[in-house]
Ligand binder design. Structure first.
Ligand SMILES: Cc1ncc(C[n+]2csc(CCOP(=O)(O)OP(=O)(O)O)c2C)c(N)n1
Ligand SMILES: [Mg+2]
Length: 363
């Protein structure tokens, strides 16, 4: 049988700022001081809000939610590199990026208390989709949004986020295939945080990398250190430029770690070791980013103290607003299933309200 090589592929990995805060000067994108400090501010705000949410949940003041701590260096630089008219479609671990896009801090608090109003944005033009708890569905959404944007002649790209576990969903493959064949201006960012609830990355797929999934669809796939905001910035900027030029989608695999529990209903001590978690904490993004900024001479103790107080106050104000009495209705989601009244939905709504009454719930 003839045996000739018909194709050959490689997958590259990009890291610019390493675990110790050492920057590769040749690769440093040399972002302006303002851009770097803004990045830091969003990452710190997301970390503060996430930590506060965990306390609120433990005190019975917030519903179940998926913590974002440790993954700030992915969605924040991505959102900051996007243009205003680009679409942002997250899964549910993109808190920082959502804040950058203009979601109020109260949005996530309302949402995780079960109030549909958390999805209401302050403006109609933010191009920020609601969180996708249904794993993978945002991938075909973004393929379609990107295709539609180009069809309408807009200079816009669409960015989807998904987890490592989400890459096993049919939607992921169908969406990538569609976007690739139609050269849709889309970017797919996989937040590989090593875990899908209790399933480790090694059991998720037999592939050596998640980035290489792109190869099967004929688009570039790159792996980046997802705890390195500079590498993420470079990767997303290149991918957005490609999309805008009409060269089609890119898949970015951002390597990170889910430092906390899957959601507040989960107990990771049942399936992973303390040693693994401790090791991951030494690589988290904020430690190295602070060091980088200090080494550059644009960060010091006084600035640190000021920023810590500011983000704390901002979160405190949001929590206060969230806990103030409101007239939100528990059955609001039933209003939005269809654009018009529907008998079956009305019946389900009735049953739901009776159930709430029986359980002693309140609005
Ligand atoms: C279609 C679908 N199947 C299953 C679930 C249950 N579920 C919620 S999160 C999750 C794991 C997701 O893992 P990953 O994609 O790695 O994202 P991560 O939670 O690590 O951010 C699963 C299976 C779901 N929400 N939707
Ligand atoms: Mg995961």
């Amino acid at each position: 049988m003839p045996n000739k090589q018909v194709a050959k592929f490689t997958v590259s990995y990009l890291q610019i700022l390493d675990e110790d805060g050492q920057v590769d000067a040749k690769l440093d994108p040399k972002l302006s001081d303002d851009h770097l400090l803004e990045m830091l501010r969003w990452m710190r705000l997301a970390r503060e809000l996430d930590g506060r949410m965990l306390k609120l949940q433990r005190q019975g003041r917030l519903g179940t939610f998926p913590p974002n701590t440790g993954q700030e260096a992915i969605s924040v630089p991505v959102a900051m590199a996007m243009q205003k008219n680009d679409w942002f479609a997250g899964a549910f671990r993109e808190l920082g990026g959502r804040l950058v896009r203009g979601e109020p801090l109260t949005g996530t608090l309302y949402y995780y208390n079960g109030w549909e109003e958390g999805n209401i944005l302050p403006r109609d033009d933010l191009r920020l989709l609601p969180q996708s708890v249904v794993i993978g569905c945002q991938i075909p959404h973004v393929a379609g949004l990107a295709y539609a944007s180009r069809y309408k002649g807009e200079d816009a790209a669409a960015v989807a986020f998904i987890g490592d576990g989400g890459t096993s969903e049919g939607d992921f493959h169908e969406g990538l295939n569609f976007a690739a064949t139609w050269k849709a201006p889309a970017v797919f960012v996989v937040q590989n945080n090593q875990w899908a609830i209790s399933i480790p990355r090694a059991q998720q797929t037999a592939s050596a990398t998640l980035a290489q999934k792109a190869i099967a669809y004929g688009i570039p796939g790159v792996q980046v250190d997802g705890n390195d905001p500079l590498a993420v910035h470079v990767a997303i900027s290149e991918a957005l430029e490609r999309a805008r030029k009409g060269d089609g989608p890119t898949l970015i695999e951002a390597i990170t770690y889910r430092l906390m529990m899957h959601t507040t209903a989960d107990d990771p001590t049942k399936y992973r070791s303390k040693a693994e978690e401790e090791e991951a904490w030494t690589k988290e993004p904020l430690i190295r980013f602070h060091k980088y900024l200090r080494d550059k001479g644009i960060w010091d103790d006084a600035k640190e103290e000021k920023l810590a107080a500011e983000v704390k106050a901002e979160v405190e104000a949001a929590v206060k607003e969230f806990e103030a009495p409101n007239d939100y209705q528990l059955d609001a989601p039933f209003q939005h299933v269809y654009g018009t009244e529907h008998d079956e939905i009305n019946q389900q709504r009735q049953e739901f309200l009776e159930n709430v009454k029986r359980e002693g719930g309140h609005g």
